[in-house]
Design a protein around this ligand. Structure first.
Ligand SMILES: [Zn+2]
Ligand SMILES: [Zn+2]
Length: 266
């Protein structure tokens, strides 16, 4: 049975990832409009009615913009941690949510959908209770790691053993520093609760690579402070320094902001 990922949208302007494990289909975040996500799913031949849950990483708008509307339209359960729910409900970030569709996620604990296992792990980012996700199915592992200020040993441990990974390559530090963002915003992005830069992400990737890692999708690129080729080259260079051959030992691709990605299988 298939275990696969598709980035419906990825970048600072909106994120939405589709994951399928056998018959089970879910979305991680909907930071794009309800219309866009429906169109994206149609492109990969997925009926939105069959989505079993929307798993939230954190409450920033580029991750939840379309969550409420999608859930209301297709009666889809929404999974988030207790603290994230409190924030989203108190500030009415999702609009009306059906009581039955409010599902509380326990961090660092496996949620089992039969054979499909979902593990939300805590990350460092300036949201109330942000998480990344590990997905496991039939002995394979796909990991989602975006909106991460810093990667420490704990996070590296979670990423290790992935057969496929969607990893944040948010910005190039030089582009960010030389760019036009106001000082406070530069400081926020560069902080330990901001976003992962190309160098740090590439370093992490080369450290967690193992022979069973089939692909990495570079995601959550900044529109203003990164370019896909630069992110790609930084990843390639770090891998090649460790004699890992891009295209042979691992497939490296960059998720496009407004285009639905190919489907990546493990
Ligand atoms: Zn965020
Ligand atoms: Zn984000």
């Amino acid at each position: 049975m298939e275990f696969r990922l598709c980035a419906i949208a990825s970048g600072s302007s909106g994120n939405c990832t589709f994951i399928q494990a056998g018959m089970r289909k879910i979305l991680v975040d909907i930071g794009i409009s309800g219309k866009k996500v429906t169109e994206g799913l149609q492109l990969i031949d997925i009926d939105p009615e069959t989505i079993e849950g929307i798993f939230i990483t954190h409450e920033h708008i580029d991750h939840i913009r379309g969550v409420g509307i999608f859930s209301r339209k297709y009666d889809t359960p929404i999974y988030a941690t207790q603290k994230t729910w409190e924030k989203m409900l108190n500030e009415k970030m999702l609009g009306a949510v059906k009581e039955a569709n409010i599902k509380i996620l326990e961090k660092e604990t496996y949620l089992q959908l039969e054979e499909f296992q979902i593990f939300p792990y805590g990350i460092y980012h300036d949201a109330v209770d942000p998480v990344g996700y590990i997905f496991e199915y039939q002995g394979k592992k796909i990991t989602l790691a975006t909106d991460i200020g810093v990667v420490d040993e704990r996070i590296k441990t979670y990423l290790k053993g992935s057969n496929g990974i969607l990893l944040e390559f948010n910005h190039d530090v030089n582009m960010l520093e030389a760019g036009s963002y106001p000082f406070y915003l530069k400081k926020r992005i560069l902080s330990d609760v901001g976003h992962l830069n190309n160098e740090m992400a590439a370093q992490t990737l080369s450290e967690i690579y193992h022979a069973e890692m089939q692909w990495v999708v570079l995601g959550h690129l900044s529109k203003d402070n990164n370019v896909p080729d630069l992110a790609y080259l930084t990843a390639k260079q770090a891998l090649e320094e460790r004699n890992i051959r891009v295209g042979e030992d691992i497939i490296v691709s960059v998720a496009k902001r407004d285009t639905v990605s190919p489907i990546y299988k493990v």
